[in-house]
Design a protein around this ligand. Structure first.
Ligand code: C5P
Length: 205
């Protein structure tokens, strides 16, 4: 069983994907972490994220980076959205994600292109939404809890620019798969959003 969970930043897709993985006892992959690891490598090697060859050179990142706290920084997310627009970066990370999705026993993956590119054959596809202001409030609270004092206005501006970049790129843009069930978490508690997600998956199995 493959479950694809896509959506924009801070929509709740990560929380929902982790809860689904626990519920169905299958492994989970946050695919954003792969692009974030490429971004962090680019930053640490002082490469240029807008140059495709520089970003590709960072695709062989050190696996230990996947546990690095700096992956979650807002700045890393911005650079991730720049490197992820390069077709050769997406190609370099494709097989790893496809293998994870198609492992025996199934998997839950969350990202931007799981239902469209990584696992178009997924058994259930969810597209998670929330308004930009609500997503910015969530991300702002999350950053504050980590001691990051980025202002709310900055977080909202970052979310909007990442949305624009992720939705408008030519390769694997952020768009719902035609057969995805859509879930708006704007006015739902985490518990209510997870319960709805499970009900949507059940309806598709
Ligand atoms: O999900 P997260 O916010 O961690 O992703 C960081 C960035 O990585 C996104 O803004 C997006 O540009 C990119 N990404 C992607 N495809 C995915 C997952 C993430 O392009 N499947």
């Amino acid at each position: 069983m493959i479950i694809a969970v896509d959506g924009p930043a801070a929509s709740g897709k990560g929380t929902i994907a982790r809860a689904l993985a626990r519920h169905y006892h299958v492994p989970h992959l946050d695919t954003g972490l792969l692009y974030r690891a490429v971004a962090l490598t680019v930053m640490r090697l002082e490469l240029d994220p807008s140059i495709e060859a520089d970003a590709v050179a960072a695709c062989g990142f050190d696996e230990d980076l996947l546990a690095d706290a700096a992956l979650r920084d807002d700045a890393t997310g911005q650079i991730a959205s720049i490197v992820s627009a390069h077709p050769l970066v997406r190609a370099a990370l494709l097989q790893r994600q496809k293998r994870f999705a198609h492992q025996p026993g199934g998997a839950v993956l969350d990202g931007r292109d799981i239902g469209t590119v990584i696992a178009p054959d997924a058994d259930a596809k969810l597209f998670i939404r929330a308004t930009p202001t609500i997503r910015a409030q969530r991300r702002h609270a999350e950053l504050r809890a980590r001691g990051d004092d980025t202002s709310y206005d900055q977080v909202l501006a970052d979310i909007r620019s990442r949305d624009d970049r992720d939705s408008s790129r030519a390769t694997a843009p952020l768009v719902p798969a035609i057969d995805a069930a859509q879930l708006d978490t704007s006015f739902l508690s985490i518990e209510a959003a997870v319960a709805k997600a499970i009900a949507l998956v059940e309806a598709r199995l």
